[in-house]
Design a protein around this ligand. Sequence first.
Ligand SMILES: *Cc1c(COP(=O)(O)O)cnc(C)c1O
Length: 402
Amino acid sequence: MSFASSEETLDLFQKYVIPNYNRYPVALTHGEGSYVWDAEGNRYLDLFNGWGCNLLGHCPPALVEAVRDQLGKLIHVPNTWHTELQGRWAEALSKRSFGGQAFFCNSGTEANEAAIKLARLHTPKQRYKIITFEGGFHGRTFGSTSATAQPKYHEGLGPLMAGFVYAPFGDLDAVSRLIDDETAAIMIEPIQGEGGVRVPPEGFLAGLRQLADQHELLLIFDEVQAGCGRTGHWFAYQGFGVTPDVMTLSKAICGGLAGGAMLTTADIAKSLRPGMHACTFGGNPIAARAGLAFIESVERDGLLENAQRVGEVFRRRLEQLRQQCGVIRDVRVRGMMIGLELSIEGAPTVKTCLERRLLINCTHSTVIRLLPALNLTEQQASEGCDILADVLMKQAGNHVRE
Ligand SMILES: *Cc1c(COP(=O)(O)O)cnc(C)c1O
């Protein structure tokens, strides 16, 4: 198969694609594991694999094979029918989490919309408020955008959906003060992703659990980014020992295909009565088959353990770099969720790494974020760290001279 050049593809975008994204001026054509190629045949090491969605790397063979097989059997049936696949997928997620039931959808924002509706439906009528956190990110539909306590995502969009109350991340007293008779839920990412791979202070999530129990609120964890094995636990909450009432998942849930889910206990799930919520493609046979193949692959290949092990390689290397390089403020590593907080803007680092054929990301202006595949090897981690170290050392040097 021959490909158009990157330039030709950029032309098509210029003419026909709405320019609502900042895109790199490169067209990608194919990928394998943690490597991806552009139209000119350049190979990149991908440490931000599919924005975190390709948790098994690009085109993992077992998943490709399962989906190919499924395409010839049943692609889509509406949720007016049962399929064994959707049932098995729900079972697999339930058994690895807190034993509840699943509602399926196609994206993170949809999973959160379901959680927002559920919070209002499950609690007494006068309760509608949901406490969310500064620096959080929950998606781009109106409910999730309103839940996202970052002004830059709200500009020009108002009025937003009513009922969200924002608290500083990590401030338990502030949360406590915000709770009143109209509060239905607390919704939080157990590790903030877009907010800069921010890990909550010790005891914070446990404190939220306590407040939720005390005031009969739902505790909702948005694990769209941190869940599905990313942190070296099936779900990030397991690493903190604090169990939510509701959990939302997407990004990696189908190993790179579109999928999403909201999980909750069977008791709370009763509040989402027939007719109250739906999603046409939610839990479709292709997504379910991919979701199951994803889980099987992670367990067959011991990838949760690998994420912990290779995460430690990153921690060692990046801590070392922090000692040598004046522009690194903090290193945060939870399995394969990695943040490097700089004292300078991160965009030039990302750009120079791209030129060096290393794909990384910058979020929150100054945080270099890596979301590598769970099956990244120690050698690939070293290869990436070598390039990143080289680029950052040079930038730190320039920074001193300025
Ligand atoms: C990416 C993300 C979302 C939104 O997911 P979409 O699939 O883009 O709708 C929601 N919450 C968190 C924590 C995310 O990282």
